[in-house]
Ligand binder design. Structure first.
Ligand code: ZN
Length: 273
């Protein structure tokens, strides 16, 4: 046993993540050539990561985030150091098809499991967000139209990813609440994907039926229903933004949302206070 053996948990993951400095790397590689225990540990970690990457790789795969969530839940009972190590494991591996660079390194933590089933409004929101209906406005005038016909202080979310384009909007209604629906096109080398956002006043709306997660420090609700991946962000003004996509994986969708101006608006609000 050496000091290296004692730290093999951390070192093995750092090694596999390419995070060792040059000198550490040399010492480490030297050590595992003649320490069977540590070598076995690295081989095991490598196999687990490869398996994880393989399972995470092919988009669209709606159950991917669920798989990550299960892993994160497993980690809740583990010791602090194991928790640290797992958090590294829980970093997303970028799905192959994504040109969405921002999605590369999302850290996801489960805030809580789904609670009650009072999800009627959510279900209705998903139905609204997936039904076929003509756009009422298209192109550059969309934002002004939304401010005029929906609410003067609501703007379509903008994404940091330049491959996402606002295509248009229409008005909708969910159980007596006025809603606005935004349509986006995500154009990547792998094809064109559709993304929709439905926004409505969510005061008094129970979102407990949806899984609560923390993605890079932003609280989101996520779910997979009726073939759609679903991500909900609730702004400080109490407005919910419900994003759905059939083609984007939950990771891709969540990655876009946490890198949208919805989140920067909230952060700007905090700074202003
Ligand atoms: Zn060793």
């Amino acid at each position: 046993m050496t000091k290296l053996c004692d730290s093999i948990d951390t070192l093995s993951m750092a090694y596999l993540d390419d995070e060792l400095a040059e000198e550490e790397l040399r010492d480490f590689e030297l050590h595992v050539t003649d320490c069977a225990d540590c070598k076995a540990r690295v081989d095991g970690d490598r196999a687990r990561m490869a398996d994880l990457r393989r399972r995470l790789a092919p988009p669209p795969a709606p159950d991917l985030l669920r798989a990550r969530l299960v892993r994160a839940l497993d980690a809740e009972d583990a010791s602090a150091s194991r928790e640290m190590r797992r958090q590294r494991m829980n970093r997303f591996v970028l799905p192959g098809a994504a040109s969405v660079a921002a999605v590369a390194a999302l850290a996801v933590f489960v805030a809580n499991r789904p609670g009650g089933s009072s999800a009627a409004l959510t279900q209705e929101a998903i139905r609204q967000n997936t039904r076929t209906a003509p756009l009422e406005v298209q192109g550059a005038s969309t934002e002004a139209w939304v401010r005029h016909y929906y609410r003067s202080d609501v703007a379509p979310p903008r994404f940091n990813d330049a491959s996402v384009h606002l295509a248009g909007a229409r008005l909708a209604s969910i159980e007596g609440r006025d809603a606005a629906q935004f349509f986006y096109q995500l154009v990547t080398p792998d094809g064109s994907f559709e993304l929709r956002a439905l926004t409505f006043d969510a005061h008094g709306v129970d979102l407990d039926g949806l899984e609560a997660v923390d993605v890079d420090g932003t609280a989101l609700r996520v779910d997979h229903r009726d073939g759609q991946n679903l991500v909900v962000f609730v702004g400080r003004d109490g407005y919910a933004y419900l994003f759905t996509s059939r083609e984007l994986s939950l990771q891709q969708l969540a990655g876009l949302v946490v890198h949208s101006d919805l989140v920067s608006r909230v952060q700007a609000g905090r700074v202003a206070q």
